[in-house]
Design a protein around this ligand. Sequence first.
Ligand code: PEP
Ligand code: MN
Length: 246
Amino acid sequence: MKDKFLMIAGPCAVESEEQLMEIAEFLKSKDIKYLRGGSFKHRSSPDDFQGLGKKGLEILEKAKEKFGMKIVSEVLNVRTIDSFENVDIIQIGARNSQNFPLIREVGRMGKQILYKRGFGNTVDEWLKGVEYIKKEGNEDIIMCARGIRTFEMETRNTADIDVIPIVKKKSGLKMIFDPSHSAGRKDLVVPLCKAAIAAGCDGLIVEVHNNPDRALSDSNQQLNFEEFNKLLEEIQPYLDVRGLEI
Ligand code: PEP
Ligand code: MN
């Protein structure tokens, strides 16, 4: 029996029922078991698409029901926590990595948590954030590296692949990598995924869209279906070396 590799994929944001269902159907056909999709979006500008809110979560729930996939979505503030009852993995995003009142409340939900590194946070700060979750009696935490901000402008963030072995060892928790938000460029998703698997990650979270050019957020970094197929093909040898399967 091979060990399982946690592959989470889906759009940056849930944009409509048609969009999400088309993506979920495709991912299901590829045997992907975890569907991501932002419903409450944390955008830099208030004029940018903010997500569908509760409606987006309802659409994710429909996809969960129809395709038997687990759903992953980000919670932005304590006021909306109750709407996440049927979400399987609750994401704490980079911008909320040190929002301790939120983190405490999410810790109390008793659900699996995907905890992202803040793009300006040290490993030490990130690990202290984990303690806030654990203090609420929840140790079901997946750490997610997603790039950090540096002086380099070629990429949206600089890939922090090095924290994969560091944080795995220090925290003893599962560790996944997000190549999409790290690079902000679809052409780097394949090489970064390979590097992350080689560095020992337990999974990946990748943005996939049925029509990336028309996506309402993060258009440059989302893979189309063909590109996602290619990604699966390209990473297979790296998974094989580690004896992992999606
Ligand atoms: C996301 O995964 O939807 C997201 C906004 O990522 P991050 O918090 O890492 O920017
Ligand atoms: Mn995104």
